[in-house]
Design a protein around this ligand. Structure first.
Ligand SMILES: C[S@@+](CC[C@H](N)C(=O)[O-])C[C@H]1O[C@@H](n2cnc3c(N)ncnc32)[C@H](O)[C@@H]1O
Length: 214
């Protein structure tokens, strides 16, 4: 079966413009928190414009950054040149990663698991390319734990993905990670709403999930 196509030029233009502002408003600190303890070979899925690249610690020896959207990938290629650690940007989707089994110490997913069409397939694929005991570092917006906002998010998801490059507001990503066989080592929930327009995606999680060692 051919891999899924991801091409959202309008969303890509908007993201290229607004994501740096969100980083200044606090997302940058969340990225630092997510990346701080990484070591060794890392695969980043759906790297976007490469906003994580400049924040990788020197304990990371190499990053393979997978980005399917052509315009975002071009920006990521530019960002890779200035990164403090070696970053290679490649085309590919999370549900068919261009990598061998058990070859990465860690994987990074930021603000991306909301957009991947086949989330269980992607989580299984990330598990495949990570060494046993490897860690998936995630920073994601998720479904609210409160009933009414959660129901509103589910209703909004009829239209939101069409406007936001396939992003869903109501994914219960932590449960999906657990269902995929990872062990969540630590995770915190928090609200982050840098602008009123971001209210539907305010609930966030950040943490580490491990591929079981056996
Ligand atoms: C909101 S952007 C986040 C980009 C980046 N991770 C960041 O933290 O800024 C969502 C990203 O998911 C990517 N994406 C969507 N579907 C994907 C898939 N099936 N596999 C990999 N990446 C995907 C998009 O191309 C886009 O780069």
């Amino acid at each position: 079966m051919p891999a899924e196509q991801v091409c959202h030029p309008r969303f890509a233009r908007i993201y290229q413009r607004f994501a740096p502002q969100m980083d200044k408003a606090g997302a940058g600190e969340h990225r630092d928190e997510m990346l701080a303890d990484l070591t060794g070979r890392v695969i980043e899925v759906g790297a976007g414009t490469g906003l994580n690249f400049g924040r990788y610690p020197s304990t990371v020896t190499e990053v393979l950054a997978v980005e399917p959207e052509p315009s975002l990938r071009r920006s990521a290629e530019k960002a890779a040149k200035d990164a403090p650690v070696p970053v290679t940007v490649v085309d590919g989707v999370a549900s068919a990663l261009p990598a061998e089994d058990a070859t990465f110490d860690a994987a990074v997913a930021s603000l991306v698991l909301c957009s991947i069409r086949d989330l269980p397939g992607a989580l299984a694929e990330i598990c495949r390319v990570m060494k046993p005991g490897g860690e998936l570092c995630f920073y994601e917006h998720v479904r609210s734990e409160r009933a009414v906002p959660g129901a509103l998010q589910r209703a909004l998801d009829v239209a939101w993905p069409h406007m936001a490059g396939g992003c869903h507001t109501s994914r219960d990503t932590a449960s999906e990670i657990t269902r995929a066989g990872y062990e969540i080592e630590h995770m915190r929930r928090f609200s982050f709403r840098p602008s009123i327009f971001m209210a539907p995606v305010a609930p966030h999680i950040i943490g580490v999930a491990r591929r079981p060692a056996k």
